[in-house]
Design a binder for this molecule. Structure first.
Ligand code: NAD
Length: 439
């Protein structure tokens, strides 16, 4: 199928680029977008709009280190689209953060909000740094100075950050405090929804910490129902044991499923008899939040992790993990994408050829942004919802979103990633057609 925007054949361009250098994450988005847009015959004008980001903000800013030195940092905020509501998306602190990656992550956020029917647009941001190299005091100053540098490019009704890789509820609290401190005093109390994923005492929502893993679990439950698959006794492997991976792993345990291998940045471990996710997290808590050295499992290498036979694989770390080089190694029935962008288009094709079902990231990990929306609503209304209310509402939204994607996959006889894009693009197309383009 020909992929074109304004008459330009982008597929050939992307293929050429891919042979020259490592596949860029934004190229993956472009290819996924083009496939779905062609299939759904997306209006050419709307296609032009959605294939570009709206704003790309890059800030270089100085921070005083503990030893008195000044270090310069580069921070990003990319706002992809706000047709459905304020820009929304996480902030990532990682050495690999750069504009191409942030652009891709921002775009995926637009699709996620559209699939789940929440009134948000898409954005993402971050700082290029390795947080393990800085003291807590330095991280606080970096976070505060970044927030100050972003200024009015974020705001409770304009662009609302949240946690992502290496950013925590504590970091959200520092953003909140800095933002409020730079507002006129009479406006402060109505601005607590400038970030989500805050600590509970600072206006966070119950259930936000587990929301993404919980959403992953809800989609796996739906898949199991559809496929008459019993999760009790099922085996699974996990890549990434931070917020998303550790919550998904612990919630799988509640179904009686068994984690047989797991990896984080410190290495991978396996035990065919099962690794207890709660015990592993307790161990990691005493080991700088790393799993290496866990005594009740054997160390394995990264390739062995991906080759481990299991029913379900949950990638919950970074992008481009399931690629031309690695997709063929997987021996699972289902890939449930907790991470954003773990599978590139070639990886996708190999998984399909091997009969491996994929619950795509923009559906599978949408629980985080859904409960962020609930937090935002609670702040705006000065309400505080009980956990069962949050869980119930999240469940309803995840099941409905899953159903929309499943129906689109059937209707268009296509893979679930393309189906998820079709749901998102059709939603946005309707909105643009209703409103038209100003002036
Ligand atoms: P996190 O920082 O809490 O955890 C990241 C985990 O990945 C850590 O265990 C880290 O050791 C591991 N990791 C890092 N590099 C790795 C590598 N090269 N190989 C193996 N493991 C590696 O981050 P998180 O919030 O859990 O986010 C994980 C993924 O989920 C990201 O793709 C993020 O964009 C996505 N996501 C997060 C949320 C959220 O609410 N936090 C929501 C939606 C999607």
């Amino acid at each position: 199928m020909k992929a074109s925007v304004a008459g330009v054949d982008r597929t050939a361009d992307v293929e050429k680029k891919a042979t020259r250098k490592k596949q860029s994450v934004y190229d993956n988005v472009t290819r996924q977008f083009d496939k779905a847009a062609d299939m759904v015959k997306l209006d050419q004008n709307i296609r032009k709009i959605l294939s570009m980001t709206t704003n790309e903000i890059i800030v270089n800013f100085p921070v005083k280190m503990d030893d008195g030195r000044i270090e310069m940092f580069t921070g990003y905020r990319v706002q992809h689209n706000s047709a459905l509501g304020p820009y929304k998306g996480g902030l990532r602190f990682h050495p690999a953060v750069e504009i191409d990656e942030v652009r891709a992550l921002a775009t995926w956020m637009t699709w996620k909000s559209a699939i789940t029917n929440i009134p948000f647009g898409g954005a993402k941001g971050g700082i290029q740094l390795d947080p393990s190299k800085y003291s807590a005091n330095e991280l606080e100053h970096i976070t505060r100075r970044f927030t100050f540098a972003l200024g009015n490019n974020i705001g409770p009704e304009y662009d609302i950050p949240a946690p992502d890789v290496n950013t925590t509820a504590q970091i959200m609290a520092w953003i909140l405090d800095t933002y409020l401190s730079t507002m006129p005093p009479h406006e402060r109390q109505r601005c607590t929804h400038v970030v989500t994923g805050k600590p509970i005492e600072s206006g966070g929502s119950l259930g936000r910490d587990k929301a993404t893993g919980q959403g992953v679990m809800y989609t796996i439950e739906e898949w199991a129902k559809d496929n008459k698959f019993d999760l009790k006794g099922a085996t699974y492997t996990v890549q990434g044991y931070g917020n998303v991976g550790s919550w998904a792993a612990r919630l799988m345990k509640e179904h009686g499923s068994k984690m047989v291998a797991v990896e984080d940045v410190s290495g991978a471990i396996a035990n065919a008899d099962g690794i207890d996710p709660d015990e592993l997290l307790e161990y990691a808590g005493k080991n700088n939040w790393l799993i290496s050295g866990y005594p009740k499992a054997e160390p394995i290498d990264r390739k062995t992790l991906l080759q481990t036979e299991a029913d379900i694989f949950i990638p919950a770390a970074l992008e481009n993990q399931i690629t031309a080089d690695t997709a063929g190694w997987l021996k699972v029935k289902l890939v449930a994408e907790g991470a954003n962008g773990p599978t590139d288009p070639v990886g996708d094709r190999i998984l399909q050829e091997n009969g491996i079902h994929v619950i795509p990231d923009i559906l599978c990990n949408a629980g985080g942004v859904i409960v962020s929306y609930f937090e935002w609503l609670q702040n705006k209304r000065s309400e505080f919802w009980e956990l069962d209310e949050v869980d119930h509402k999240l469940h309803k939204k995840m099941v409905a979103s899953y159903g929309r994607v499943r129906d689109a996959a059937k209707k268009f006889n296509t893979d679930w990633r393309t189906a998820a894009y079709i749901v998102a693009l059709s939603h946005l197309e309707r909105v643009y057609k209703e409103r038209g383009i100003f002036p």
